[in-house]
Structures are given as C-alpha cells and as structure tokens.
Design a protein around this ligand. Structure first.
Ligand code: 5AD
Ligand code: SF4
Length: 450
C-alpha cells in the first residue's frame, strides 16, 4: 500500500521565484507528492529563497531556523533550500544548518524529484548549484487541473547579463538563456485551450530575448526571434485576450517594441520600466548604460505610440555615494515622468556585488529619510494619475466577485489597475466587461458596469 506524501513550498521574493515554485510543485506532483498548505503535514519542505535585498534573505533564514525543531520531531522530514540564497551560499549552508537535506540553485529546480529520491543515501546533504551558460530550459506542459486561473505567467528567459553593480541576480541566476519560440508558443496555446485569457511573459530582462541565440551560445538558434517578434507571434494566438510582460531594461527598449503597442490590440498598455535613479552620475556607478536624457526620450516616444500607456518603475535610494543633489535628481525625474506607480527600495548591500566595495555607503537613517520623501511624493502622483481615470470608460478583466459585498466585482484594467466594479453579473474569471470609472483610490479604481 502506498501512503500519501505531502510537500509544503514556501516562496520568498520575486515572480521568477513564484514561477520556479510552481514548476517544482508540478514536478513533485508527478513524483506523487501532493501539495499541502499545512507545514505540519509535510514530508518534504522546500524553502525557495530570494537574495535581492537583505530583508528577503533574512526572512528565509528565519523560516529555515524554525524548521530545525520540526526536523527534530520528525527525522524523516526532507528539507530543501532553493533559490538565490542557496545558489550564493552553496555548501556552507550545510555547516550552518546541518538539518538541511538539499541545497539547490534556480537552474537545478528541474532535478528536484531526483534529488529528493537520493536523500539519505550517504548521510550527507545534497548540493545542486551548477550554473551553465549552455543550459536548456526543459519544456514542461503546465498543469491545469488544480488551477483554474485565467491569468498566467510564462517564463520566456532566465538569467541576466547586465551586471548592474548593486544586483546579485547575474551571480545567482547565471547568464541569459532564452527559451525556444516554439516552446513558448506551445505552452501559451495549451494554456489558452484550457481557459487562460491573459499571459504575462516573464524574464529578468525580456527586452533582450533571443540575443543569446544570435551570438551562438544557444543551439536552439533557429527557433528564436527577438522580443518584438515574439510578441507578434504570441499576439496571434486565437483566444488570448491580453498580453503583458515584465521586466524590461531601458537600454534594450527598441522603437520596434514601442511599435508593438500601436500594432497589437491585445498587448496591454502598461510598461514597467525600472529607472533606478535620476542622476546620470549614479546611473553610471550602477552600470545601467543609459542616461536620464535617453530614458526620458524613450518614455516620450512610448507615449506617442500609445498615449494611454501606464508607466511604472523601480527606484533605489541611497546607492553608495548618492549625494543630496543626486537624490533630488531622482525626485525631479518622478515629477517629470509622473509614473502611474513605483516600487522604491533602500539600497541593500549584497555581498559579492561590485557596489558592496564602493566607498561612501549611505547611513541607514539617511536612506530611510530619502525613501520616505520619495514615497510620499510618488503617492501623490499615483493618486493624481488615478484621478485622471475618473469618468472614463475602461475594459475590466474580471477576477472574482467581492464576497463581503455582493454585486461588486474585482478585476483589472488594461493599464494593470485593480478595479472594483458594481455589476449584476454573473461573470466568469477572465471575462472582460466595460465600466465607467466613478472614483479613484490610491490602490484601486471604483466604477460601474455600462
Ligand atoms: N538593493 C536595493 N534594491 C535592489 N534591487 C535590486 N538589487 C537591489 C539592492 N541591492 C531592486 C531594483 C530592481 C528590483 C527588482 O529590486 O530596483 O529593479
Ligand atoms: Fe539585476 Fe540589472 Fe539584471 Fe535587473 S538588469 S536583474 S537589476 S543586473
């Protein structure tokens, strides 16, 4: 008789990690591990870690610390540490946490079931942190039965070649590797055939999709195109109502990509374009390889191609050497662009990256003050931007009915704003309704169906 086995997966950090966790869950399901939300029920626990900022890393360590007791109570429990912290710290983690069974990096998630099978064979922990530029991302058809969601993420590439001086990602996720076009199209077609209406193409730097193949690093050359080419192919898939993508690097934003926003009716008018800083001096120290002038020109052109486009960004304050004047340049920038939204962070020193050796690290208190000032201003701008939608008609893709307030339906506009719409329904998730926006809030828009 086979007894059921359960896997509990905890994810920290970015969407890339969320996707990796989904992939691991699916592979484990094929190996007869059912997913559980109850940690006490688990026979296998996977902690998928993030090391982009210290806070995320600390959270993962604190969870792993708590697992020590659990392992003591249940010695058969298998504990795997995955993600960017695992990739970075490698075998040292077994010394620090001897109760770990597996340490695996982002490129090794596909081996998880096999690694789980091998645990306990020689009494040592298993380390799987190889990173190869010629790695091929395996094709796995996404499971649909347990997930009826109408909106899915589809990874189109892994890794990053940019080496921004503050960022750990190129070290933990390796070089850029694009998935073959056919794999991506087959995956999306499969999703759409199973009811998915919206996809978000995912990668650390989607704008450079396909470049690794052109340079001959990838033997799937014949199967790739560039990013605008990929968008045009994806846009043709019948039944796919909305396409989004994230994340982009400004230096690789081409006019051809801007043209796609004019050309493709199912490409949503939202662009996440991380600027990081408003001062050219800091951008240079960050190795971003664009100037504020070229960035602003691209924003302007993007708005010419698609006047209703909502632009959001990422900003870091307190990068080493950032003077008050540099910071004011960032404030000027947010006032100029008037972003629809911004994620902003205090610079977090990551061991091993170039900027960790830079002089003039900024004091924590100063960083906090700058962040507060920036966020307060951005909040006003976001509110002003949201008010611009009042009175307008917008297409809203329904997610679900608000259970505490019947007749209120929650969804998203093409511009990626959360919208709460008064409508009689019933609607299916993924259905698009037309609404008139009646009120702007900071986090969402309110409206009525028309
Ligand atoms: N400190 C603070 N923020 C960082 N980011 C990446 N590395 C760091 C760091 N060391 C931010 C960038 C990036 C986002 C995903 O995380 O703004 O765009
Ligand atoms: Fe990090 Fe820069 Fe690559 Fe983004 S583009 S993942 S910030 S190195």
């Amino acid at each position: 008789m086979t007894t059921e086995k359960y896997a509990y997966i905890e994810t920290f950090g970015c969407q890339m990690n969320v996707q990796d966790s989904e992939t691991m869950a699916q592979l484990l399901a094929d190996a007869d591990y059912m997913r559980t939300e109850k940690i006490s029920q688990a026979d296998l626990i996977v902690v998928n870690t993030c090391s982009v900022r210290k806070k995320a890393e600390d959270k993962a360590y604190s969870m792993l610390g708590r697992l020590r007791k659990l392992k003591k109570k249940k010695p058969s429990l298998i504990i795997a540490m995955a993600g960017c912290v695992a990739q970075q710290e490698q075998g040292d983690l077994f010394k620090r946490m001897p109760y770990l069974d597996i340490v695996l990096g982002p490129q090794n998630i596909f081996r998880l079931p096999q690694l789980v099978d091998n645990t306990g064979k020689n009494g040592n922990g298993i380390l799987a942190t190889g990173l190869s530029p010629s790695f091929k991302i395996p094709f796995i058809l996404p499971e649909m039965e347990s997930d009826l969601s109408h909106s899915r993420f589809v990874t189109i590439m892994q890794g990053c070649n940019n080496f921004c001086t503050y960022c750990i990602v190129p070290y933990t996720r390796g070089r850029e590797i694009s998935r073959p076009v056919d794999d991506i199209l087959n995956e999306i077609s499969h999703l759409v055939e199973n009811g998915v209406k919206e996809v978000t193409l995912l990668g650390q730097n989607v704008n450079s999709y396909g470049k690794d193949c052109k340079s001959g690093n990838n033997s799937s050359d014949a199967l790739t195109t560039d990013f605008p080419g990929l968008l045009r192919l994806v846009a043709k898939i019948p039944g796919l109502l909305r396409i989004r993508f994230t994340t982009s690097h400004p230096k690789d934003l081409s006019e051809d990509l801007m043209r796609c926003f004019e050309e493709l009716s199912n490409l949503c008018p939202h662009f996440h374009l991380p600027v990081q800083a408003g001062s050219n001096r800091i951008l240079k120290l960050m190795n971003r390889r664009y100037t504020i002038e070229t960035y602003l020109k691209k924003v302007e052109k993007l708005r010419q191609y698609r006047p209703d486009i909502a632009i959001t960004t990422d900003i870091i304050v307190g990068f080493p050497g950032e003077t008050r004047e540099d910071f004011e340049a960032t404030m000027d920038l947010v006032n100029k662009v008037r972003y629809h939204g911004a994620f902003s962070f205090k610079y977090s020193n990551r061991p091993g990256v170039k900027a960790s050796g830079f002089k003039d690290q900024i004091e924590e208190r100063e960083k906090s003050e700058r962040l507060t000032q920036l966020q307060a201003r951005q909040k006003e701008i976001t509110m002003e931007r949201n008010r611009e939608y009042e009175g307008r008609q917008m297409a809203v893709m329904i997610e679900k009915e608000n259970m505490s307030s019947r007749g209120q339906w929650r969804g998203r506009t093409e511009t990626n704003h959360v919208a709460n719409i008064e409508a009689s329904g019933p609607f299916k998730p993924g259905q698009i309704i037309q609404a008139r926006i009646t009120e702007a809030c900071y986090h969402s828009l309110r409206g009525v169906s028309i």
